[in-house]
Every structure is written in C-alpha cells, then in structure tokens.
Write a new protein. Structure first.
Length: 279
C-alpha cells in the first residue's frame, strides 16, 4: 500500500509526507520530526533515515506546516496545539499504514514537539527519541524575546530573524555548507510560531512529571544553538520510568551530521525496536 504524499489537516493545510522501507519486514516504525526553519528531507534527516532503514526500521517523515513542501503561511502556526495536532495526525496515519504505533524521533524543535505529543496523547506515542530538544531558548535574541508578546499581538505573521548562530550547526564543514545552502531552508520565523513554541515548552515543563513514554535523549555538550543546560535541567523531572540521557562530548547541534551519528543511529534503532516493535 502506498503512503500518501500529502495529508490535509482539519484547518485545510496540506502536509507533505514520505515513507522509506527496509528490504525485509520492518522491525518497527519511527516518525522523524524536523526542527525550526528546516524540512524533513534536509541533510540531517536524510542521513538519519538511511541509517535507520539499514537497521531494519520503517522510517516516515513530514514537513511541518509552513515549512518545506507543506502548505500554510511560511514559518507560522496558529497555536501550539495546532502544531502538535499535525504531528499526532501523522502518527495516526503512520500507525494505520505500518500496523503499529511509531516511535517519535525529533531534532531541536522537533524534539520538543515529540515530547509534547507524548504528554498530550500518551496512548498514541510508544516511545520518544529527542535529539538536542529545544528545552532552552537562551540562544535566541534577548531583544526578540522581550518584544515577542507585543509583536505577536500586532503582527503575528511578520517574518523575523531569531538571531540563532547557524554556524554552530555541525563541526563537519562540508555538511554545514550543504545543509545551509538548501533552497528550502528558511532563516526567519513569525512571532506567532515563536510564541507557540514558548507556550509548548512552558506546558511541557509544567507537567514534566506526567510524561510516561520511554525516552531516549541525546545532546551535544558544545551545542550553541540549543544549549545543553535546558536538557540537563528538565531531564530529571520527566516521569518516564524508562529514560536515558546521552551527552555527546564536544558535539554540536545537528547530531545526525556529527561524527557520532552512526553510533547514535544504532542506539536509536535498538531503542525503537525495544519499545515500538510489533512483538
């Protein structure tokens, strides 16, 4: 059965989606969730998907609304529940296609979304992998954060530069150049999306003890885009009875592009098979 290339949200946004299958019967399924400004076929996710398929997993991905090939105003979300709802809609479509619920695996903002989805609908999410999850917003412009409540009221779709230092995305210079030259990469976001993400983070941290999904997290100790301090502070508060935080010494932000990527993919595949396999 073919997996649909587009899915329509309840408010009419067309989301671009895809599926990659291993040669044999998949051991489990994982749904990749990209980060801010990004898209699901960008270099980090392509490399991670290839490795996970090689490990026998069915890998699915989609572009968040306002990103990549998906519809909707660019870099805009009307609310955090709407943004999260798109992910949960895709997770249900993957479960129907695969025959079992997929694990969620997200990078940066995608990691925050995966954690939020597992908190909101625990029965829909058997396991979460969070890579450099956006649990610390200190790397964004202090001026932008201060002005955000005002700007979101008067110009919610105004495109603004969040002031992130994207030269810190990966230590691999060739991969960094290829990644940031991607024509679908976007450098500016809307105040509405920024406010939605902050609301999602606040909600997650306020209810961190209620999170019960098995959790595997990775974070680079030299990440300048999303500093590891937020993950270190939040991780002990998560209620998941099965959880592990892997600190990658010296690693930067886009972990699937870092030298540790192959070993990380192996750990992700083993975790997903253990907690989201059909057996």
């Amino acid at each position: 059965m073919d997996f649909p290339e587009t899915l329509a949200t309840p408010d009419g946004v067309e989301l671009h989606a895809w599926r990659r299958l291993p040669a044999g019967e998949p051991a489990a399924a994982v749904l990749l969730v990209h980060g801010l400004n990004d898209h699901s076929r960008a270099l980090p996710y392509e490399r991670l998907a290839t490795r996970l398929v090689d490990h026998g997993l069915a890998v699915y991905g989609f572009d968040l609304r306002g990103h990549g090939r998906s519809g909707g105003p660019r870099m805009y979300a009307p609310s955090w529940p709407a943004f999260r709802g798109d992910l949960l809609q895709l997770a249900r479509a993957v479960a129907e296609d695969h025959g079992a619920r997929p694990a969620l695996c997200g990078l940066s903002l995608g990691g925050l979304l995966c954690l939020s989805a597992a908190l909101a609908e625990p029965m829909a999410v058997p396991a979460v992998v969070a890579m450099a999850p956006a649990l610390d917003a200190s790397a964004t412009s202090p001026l932008l954060r201060a002005l955000l409540p005002l700007v979101v009221r008067i110009a919610p779709r105004l495109r603004l530069d969040p002031g992130l230092d994207m030269t810190g995305v990966t230590r691999d210079e060739a991969a960094r150049a290829e990644y940031l030259a991607d024509a679908l990469w976007q450098s500016k976001l809307t105040p509405a999306l920024g406010a939605a993400a902050i609301a999602g983070l606040d909600e997650l941290l306020a209810h961190a003890g209620d999170l019960q999904a098995p959790l595997l997290a990775f974070h680079g100790t030299a990440d300048r885009i999303v500093p590891i301090a937020g993950t270190r502070a939040a991780f002990p508060r998560f209620g998941s009875p099965v959880k592990r935080l892997v600190e990658l010494e010296g690693a930067w932000h886009a972990l699937p592009l870092e030298p540790e990527a192959a070993a990380m993919a192996g750990e992700i595949a083993a975790f997903v098979r253990a907690h989201a396999g059909r057996g």
